[in-house]
Design a binder for this molecule. Sequence first.
Ligand SMILES: NC(=O)C1=CN([C@@H]2O[C@H](COP(=O)(O)OP(=O)(O)OC[C@H]3O[C@@H](n4cnc5c(N)ncnc54)[C@H](O)[C@@H]3O)[C@@H](O)[C@H]2O)C=CC1
Ligand SMILES: O=C(O)CCC(=O)C(=O)O
Length: 447
Amino acid sequence: MKDKIEAFLDLVKERNGHEPEFLQAVQEVAETVIPYIVEHDIYHGKNILLRMVEPERLISFRVCWVDDSGEIQVNRGYRIQMNSAIGPYKGGLRFHPTVNASILKFLAFEQVFKNALTTLPMGGGKGGSDFDPKGKSDNEIMRFCHSFMSELSRHIGHNTDVPAGDIGVGAREIGFMFGMYKKLKNSFTGVLTGKGQSWGGSLIRPEATGYGNVYFAENMLKTKNDSFDGKKVVISGSGNVAQYAAEKAIELGATVLTFSDSGGYILDEEGIDTAKLEFVMHLKNDKRGRISEYVEKYPNAKYFKEERPWSVKCDIALPCATQNELNGDEAKQLIENGCMCVSEGANMPSTPEAIHEFQNAKILFAPGKASNAGGVATSGLEMSQNSLRLSWSRKEVDERLKDIMEDIHDSCVKYGKSEDGSIDYIKGANIAGFVKVADAMLAQGVV
Ligand SMILES: NC(=O)C1=CN([C@@H]2O[C@H](COP(=O)(O)OP(=O)(O)OC[C@H]3O[C@@H](n4cnc5c(N)ncnc54)[C@H](O)[C@@H]3O)[C@@H](O)[C@H]2O)C=CC1
Ligand SMILES: O=C(O)CCC(=O)C(=O)O
């Protein structure tokens, strides 16, 4: 088996050797899916996984825009259309200076499995730009978004490819991009999700990734007859996913201790309650400030510059910032400190070494492609509402989200339960996602 996996990874490396994040994501899938393929005749001799690691289309384009001082800036834009076997490409846009083809290909690859897990008919894609929104004025953001969409609009459509937000892309950016798409096409369609309430957005979409992550963790805890009530929770990030994971954890009776950003983390031993969370939301979403400002408002809290929060003693850890933000040593420390559950809100936040530690210690561990799927699932619900020209109530969307997270958990259990009763959520998520996409690819032939 090891030989088969290595031979496959060597082939992928030959073509993508300079893309470490993409290779990391492929390796994790190959290690769990290839043994499954070997055991199931219908997938033999079809090179399905080899087809799945090759994007159906990779678009890269120039984005020119004029900054506030009148200077012309040039960025690079991308859209990776990874797999459309089960539906239109679907996945977020990331604006961050680190964006490159490797990062977007890993995200697009993960998205294919994640979207399949949601039970909704969505293929996988991802896109973005190396544009850095930090420190830019609203007008600069608008000019960039308009320029970006003037090219992206040729490649997307409500039945072809439906982007949404990711790091650096929230309601403001979606609005600017939607406005330009509508003008260029002279058509009001659900081409983006994460839209505002009055122009086709879905209730609960802003909350969905963070809430969904907590719902998934709740399902994991239930397998141990446990819950969030009374637990200490450490969260990284302080953006969309982190904020709403915190909101739901607090609602379920947990004490949230930390938030972070790329500058460092804050620790509030007294707990971040809803009033403090409201301050963080205003700080991050409106003022676009740094998390260090939290300690100016709440002086009993501490700020740790250029550090990550994983040394803080907790029961549950929710990494909600970015990829590879939790390494092997930090995983060991979490385990030593008694952490019993890690549920990824971000995409691939744990390094392979960290995952190895969690699996060896047999603590509850959920990979992002399962636990953060609530965001894209609710995007799928936004697409349904757009098609029906209807808006569902907050309660209705939230209930559907809860059901979907439970279904995803069930799929992970179905394909990931070991003989000793423990659940390998990575194996479960990868195989469940693979089976759905692979069956569609088999039915559609070699295209
Ligand atoms: N927004 C969504 O619906 C979904 C987001 N995700 C993933 O969740 C993660 C967070 O995304 P959002 O909250 O949407 O983005 P966001 O832009 O709202 O927030 C990102 C957060 O991560 C922090 N961050 C970025 N780089 C960092 C670094 N190097 N070190 C420490 N902190 C860093 C930022 O300071 C910010 O707090 C990403 O991995 C994203 O791919 C996954 C599923 C859906
Ligand atoms: O809602 C969406 O389409 C995208 C969400 C996303 O980018 C993700 O799941 O990583």
